[in-house]
Write a protein that binds this ligand. Structure first.
Ligand code: BGC
Length: 496
C-alpha cells in the first residue's frame, strides 16, 4: 500500500527551510486551523519582540538627543537637522492669497490659501493621486506633472472668479523629502524616501527643477519658499495654537520640526545671523539609526523590509514607524507562520504573499473592529486575501496589529521626548502639532504616544500634549510664503 498522503504537517528540508504540507480529499471539507493555544504561544513570542520597556525607551531618547546635537553641529550628518530659513513664529496677522503645492508621499495637492489674519484662513484645493510609475519615472517629468496640475487648478479658479486673471501668485512649495537648504528658495534633494526613486533628482535643486516646469507650462506662480510638511505643520499649528513648540508627521513617512535658537545651530554660525534669532529646524528624524542600526530594537521582519526596500540601510527609524511599513511588518509575520505551517494550511495564500499587499489601513480596521466575532477581520481576509480565518486566528491578528501599532507610537514618543528634553520643555509643557494618516486614522495612536511620554518622563509626561494640526502642508506653506515675503521686504537676511 502506498503511504497515505492525507493530513498536514511540516518537514524540515536539508536546506534548513521548512515545507508546510496539507492534503485535502474530496471527503474532508474542514480546513485545518491552528488551535487557540498555538496562537497564544506564538503571540507571546511576538510580544517579547515588539514590546518596548520604559527603560529601553529612555536609552533610545538619550541616543536620539545626541544625534540631534550632532546634526546641529556639523553638516551632512545622518539626521541632517536642516536649517529651514523660516525665522521665528508667525504673528497670526499674516494676510493675502498664496498658492501651495504639496508633494507628499501618496498625493499631490494644489491649494489656494487666503490668510485672513487673527489665525483665520480659507483654503480651496485639488488632490491628485501619484502612480507608482510616476514615483520612479524621471524627476523632471514629476515636476512637469506638478506644474500641469497647478496650471489646470489656476485656470479653473480663474474661471470660477476665485483667482484674479493676470495675477502672479506667490507659491509655497511643500516638498516632503530631505533637502539641504542654504536659503529658503533652494533645496538639494539629499535622498528620496517613502519608496520614491525618480532618477535625476537626488543631488539636484528641486526648486530650480520645479521652476523650469512652471515656465514650460506658463504657470503664473512664483516660488517664494521651499518647505517640508513638518515645518509647515509647525508654523500652521502655532498660527492657531501659540503653545505649539514641536510638530510631527506620522503618515506614509515620519518626521519632526521645532524652533531652535540660531546660536545653538553651530553649523550655520558663519552666516552672520543674530544668535538670538530663532529658526525652524526640519529634523528629518526618520533617518535616525540608519546604516549603523545601533540604537533601535529591529526585529528580523524590520530587517527584511529594509533589505528589500529601494533604499537599504536608510530611514531606519521611519521603517519601524510610518504608515508605509506597518502593514508590511504584519504581513511578513503572517507569511512566516504560513511557511511554518501554523496558518492557512490547505488554503491558497498567494495574495498574502504579495509584498506590500497588506495595507496599514487594515491594521487600523482590525484594531477598531467592534464585533465579538471580529467580522471586520473576516471581511479583510476573505475579501482581500481569499482565506478563511477562525476566531482564535482573528484575535491573534488583532493582537499582532496592536503590538506593531503600539511599538510605532512608543518609538514616536521617544523622538518627541528627545526634542522636549533637549529644549527643556518638560516643566512648562508644550503642544506638539501632529498630522498624517497614522496620527489621524489609527485608533489609539495619539493615546499610545501620550502613554509612552509618561513612561519616559513619569507624571510630567502629561505636560506634553499632541494635538491634531489641520493641514500644515497647505496652510503652513502659505504662512511661510507670507512670512518670507515680509522678511525680504523688511530686508532681514535677504540673501537666505
Ligand atoms: C521625509 C520627510 C517628511 C516625512 C513625512 C519622510 O520620509 O523624509 O521630509 O517630513 O517623510 O512626510
Amino acid at each position: 500500500m502506498p503511504p497515505s498522503r492525507r493530513g498536514s504537517g511540516t518537514v524540515a528540508l536539508p536546506t534548513g527551510q521548512t515545507l508546510a504540507f496539507h492534503t485535502r480529499t474530496s471527503e474532508a471539507e474542514d480546513l485545518p486551523h491552528a488551535t487557540k493555544k498555538t496562537m497564544a504561544d506564538h503571540l507571546r513570542k511576538y510580544e517579547s519582540l515588539f514590546t518596548l520597556t520604559p527603560q529601553r525607551m529612555r536609552i533610545i531618547v538619550e541616543a536620539f538627543k545626541e544625534t540631534l546635537e550632532i546634526g546641529l553641529a556639523k553638516h551632512n550628518q545622518i539626521v541632517p537637522m536642516i536649517p529651514t530659513y523660516v525665522f521665528g513664529w508667525p504673528t497670526g496677522q499674516e494676510r493675502g492669497n498664496y498658492l501651495a503645492l504639496d508633494l507628499g508621499g501618496t498625493n499631490l495637492r494644489v491649494c489656494l490659501v487666503t490668510l485672513e489674519g487673527e489665525g483665520k484662513f480659507e483654503i480651496t484645493q485639488s488632490k491628485y493621486r501619484l502612480s507608482e510609475e510616476q514615483k520612479q519615472d524621471d524627476g523632471q517629468k514629476l515636476f512637469d506633472f506638478c506644474a500641469e496640475c497647478m496650471k489646470s487648478f489656476i485656470d479653473s479658479n480663474i474661471s470660477g472668479g476665485i483667482i484674479e486673471k493676470d495675477s502672479i501668485l506667490p507659491l509655497g512649495f511643500t516638498f516632503s523629502y530631505p533637502c539641504s537648504q542654504d536659503r529658503i528658495d533652494h533645496g538639494e534633494l539629499i535622498r528620496w524616501t517613502k519608496g520614491f526613486g525618480a532618477p535625476n533628482t537626488e543631488g539636484h535643486d528641486v526648486v530650480a527643477m520645479f521652476r523650469k516646469s512652471l515656465e514650460k507650462y506658463q504657470v503664473p506662480a512664483e516660488i517664494v519658499a521651499l518647505t517640508c510638511d513638518t515645518t509647515g505643520t509647525l508654523i500652521a499649528s502655532h498660527y492657531v495654537n501659540p503653545k505649539t513648540r514641536i510638530a510631527c508627521i506620522f503618515g506614509t513617512g515620519c518626521n519632526a520640526a521645532y524652533m531652535e535658537r540660531v546660536g545653538d545651530i553651530p553649523k550655520i554660525a558663519g552666516l552672520g545671523i543674530d544668535p538670538d534669532a530663532e529658526m525652524a529646524i526640519n529634523c528629518e528624524w526618520g533617518a535616525f539609526d540608519s546604516f549603523e542600526h545601533e540604537n533601535l530594537p529591529r526585529t528580523k521582519y524590520d530587517q527584511t523590509i529594509d533589505e528589500q526596500s529601494n533604499k537599504p540601510g536608510e530611514q531606519a527609524f521611519e521603517k519601524l514607524i510610518s504608515g508605509r511599513y506597518l502593514g508590511e511588518i504584519l504581513r511578513l509575520i503572517i507569511c512566516e507562520l504560513i511557511d511554518e505551517g501554523v496558518l492557512f494550511l490547505g488554503q491558497n495564500t498567494y495574495k498574502l504573499e504579495i509584498p506590500y499587499s497588506f495595507d496599514t489601513a487594515f491594521l487600523s480596521l482590525m484594531e477598531s473592529d467592534p464585533t465579538d466575532e471580529l467580522l471586520m477581520i473576516i471581511g479583510i481576509f476573505t475579501h482581500f486575501f481569499a482565506v478563511e480565518t477562525t476566531l482564535a486566528e482573528r484575535q491573534f491578528f488583532r493582537a499582532l496589529a496592536k503590538l506593531v501599532g503600539r511599538r510605532a507610537a512608543r518609538l514616536s514618543a521617544c523622538g518627541i521626548a528627545a526634542i522636549v528634553s533637549k529644549m527643556g520643555y518638560l516643566e512648562e509643557g508644550c503642544a506638539v502639532g501632529a498630522d498624517g494618516s497614522l496620527y489621524k486614522k489609527y485608533p489609539g495612536f495619539a493615546d499610545r504616544v501620550h502613554e509612552g511620554l509618561q513612561d519616559i518622563f513619569g507624571e510630567k509626561g502629561k505636560n506634553i500634549v499632541t494635538c491634531h494640526a489641520e493641514d500644515g502642508s497647505g496652510i503652513g506653506a502659505a504662512i511661510i510664503a507670507a512670512m518670507t515675503k515680509e522678511r525680504k521686504l523688511a530686508n532681514l537676511y535677504p540673501n537666505v
